[in-house]
Design a protein around this ligand. Structure first.
Ligand SMILES: NC(=O)c1ccc[n+]([C@@H]2O[C@H](COP(=O)([O-])OP(=O)(O)OC[C@H]3O[C@@H](n4cnc5c(N)ncnc54)[C@H](OP(=O)(O)O)[C@@H]3O)[C@@H](O)[C@H]2O)c1
Length: 259
């Protein structure tokens, strides 16, 4: 692959920092890197390959000369700036929920549906973190026999709420009472079965995302998928318990071999 000039939007955030770490760990062929965040980060630096890179404030002209723009600064920023990046000639990979369910935009987990990238028109979306974990586990089973039903329960870490979430849990564990927590209830010593807002049907938006995004990525049509998403008091690492039904009975050893 030829070297690419890469912008990371939301570089100071929990996900943006992981993006930099992965680019570094994989020795991604870079001709340049542009770390972007809000005005709050003006004057800050981020570490990359042993260097301190100054953070640039995101603006209309942030994407000139950029080949690949990785967005992770929330849906409203993606809606406003991803089209500008595309107009400048960049391919956008968007980590927010802004475009995930747009039928014109591929929603991709490389291990599952990398072929969908071929149809992109400048923006490629990636799903919610819980959806990613689930589809990677479901796809090998789907290839043995089509899924007819999925029931999933999640155990989601504070990291899912970004740097603010991890900081809030640390402070609560240190004994602080917070009035600025991103969680709807105290998380330390607790389990919070409400991630994002509750919908009219009683599911939360996080649970709805798992259903709709999974169907789109795996082409599952209207296969029933029911999710229960619970925030747990650990800093990082989500976990899931998934129960599936398939069209034909499957031997457990065949499932093990499929992974
Ligand atoms: N797919 C997944 O696995 C997954 C997991 C977690 C989160 N997410 C999504 O990823 C996004 C970021 O999450 P996070 O956990 O990294 O959040 P975070 O830790 O709160 O970081 C947010 C980042 O966005 C930047 N930002 C906020 N407002 C901005 C603005 N007006 N202009 C430019 N930059 C701005 C922040 O910059 P400052 O530091 O300057 O404020 C920071 O770099 C969200 O859309 C979230 O839903 C996805």
């Amino acid at each position: 692959m030829s070297s690419k000039s890469v912008a990371v939007v939301g570089v100071t955030g929990a996900v943006g920092q992981e993006m930099l770490a992965v680019l570094e760990a994989r020795d991604f062929p870079l001709s340049g890197i542009r770390p972007l965040a809000s005005e709050r980060s003006a004057g800050k630096t981020v570490q990359f390959k042993g260097e301190e890179l100054p953070v640039e404030v995101l603006g209309q002209n942030s994407f000139s000369g950029i080949d690949l723009a990785l967005f992770s600064a929330g849906a409203s920023i993606s809606r406003e700036y991803a089209p500008l990046a595309v107009d400048s000639g960049a391919v956008v990979v968007d980590n927010s929920s802004a475009f995930r369910m747009d039928p014109e935009i591929p929603l991709v987990v490389p291990e599952v549906n990398s072929g969908a990238i071929a149809g992109h028109q400048g923006i490629i979306a990636n799903p919610n973190c819980s959806t990613i974990i689930m589809v990677v586990a479901l796809q090998p089973i789907q290839e043995l026999s089509p899924l007819t039903r999925v029931v999933v329960s999640t155990y989601q870490a504070a990291s899912g709420a970004g740097a603010k979430g991890m900081d809030a849990l640390r402070r609560e564990l240190a004994g602080e009472q917070l009035d600025d927590s991103p969680f709807p209830h105290r998380l330390a010593g607790n389990l919070v079965p409400r991630i994002d807002v509750v919908q009219d049907d009683g599911y939360t938006k996080e649970e709805l995302k798992m259903t709709l995004e999974t169907r789109k990525i795996m082409g599952l049509g209207q296969v029933p998928i029911s999710a229960t998403c619970v925030r747990v008091p650990v800093e990082r690492a989500h976990s899931e318990s998934i129960q599936v039904s398939t069209e034909s009975p499957l031997d457990i050893s065949a499932i093990r071999e499929a992974f």
